[in-house]
Write a protein of this length. Structure first.
Length: 192
């Protein structure tokens, strides 16, 4: 994102569709404008402006796809009530992030909230239709590919259990290790 909320901040998935939609609109208007400028100058569609306009539709098409993905992911954004419950733990012993939407070829994994501390990565499942093990396996696979070791991954189905474990991790006095920081950054890089 060029402007607006950063990945992992609250409410990224609520703001992203708006920003992406505006970018898509601009990217669509530029080639259309070029086409009409060329047509008004030459009174024919066979000109260089038309070629540039057609090629200019490629970034617009890519932006439309991103916009659709953000629209689908928006419903998995961290709820304000959950954010209010997590907020007291911010700035303590754990790295906390929000609004992750991990994608794969077959399944998408929404994570409204996640935290890393004490060699643990914990997250709250955003889709009750998926098993926690599926989430964990997906994250572990990418941690292995990125050579992140000694980090336990646990995804919770229940908000209460997630908040209990978050309270334990936030009470940590330990410094954040390199692998913990890398695993936290990995969530953002895997997310849309």
């Amino acid at each position: 994102m060029f402007f607006g909320k950063k990945k992992g901040t609250f409410p990224y998935l609520k703001k992203a569709p708006v920003i992406q939609g505006l970018m898509t609109l601009v990217l669509l208007l530029l080639p259309v404008g070029l086409f009409f400028i060329g047509y008004s100058i030459t009174k024919d569609v066979k000109n260089l402006f038309t070629v540039v306009a057609v090629v200019g539709m490629l970034p617009a098409a890519k932006s439309i796809v991103s916009f659709i993905v953000f629209l689908r992911a928006e419903k998995y954004s961290c709820k304000p009530e959950l954010h209010d419950k997590i907020q007291p733990f911010e700035g303590k012993g754990a790295l906390i992030g929000y609004d992750y939407y991990l994608t794969s070829y077959s399944v998408n994994y929404p994570l409204p909230a996640a935290a890393v501390a004490r060699k643990c990565l914990i997250a709250l499942s955003g889709n009750t239709a998926l098993k926690s093990v599926d989430y964990e396996d997906h994250i572990k696979e990418y941690m292995k590919k990125n050579e992140i070791k000694d980090i336990t991954v646990k995804v919770f189905d229940k908000e209460e259990r997630f908040l209990e474990r978050l309270a334990e991790l936030a009470a940590s006095e330990d410094e954040i290790t390199e692998d913990e920081a890398k695993s936290f950054a990995l969530l953002a890089s895997l997310s849309i």
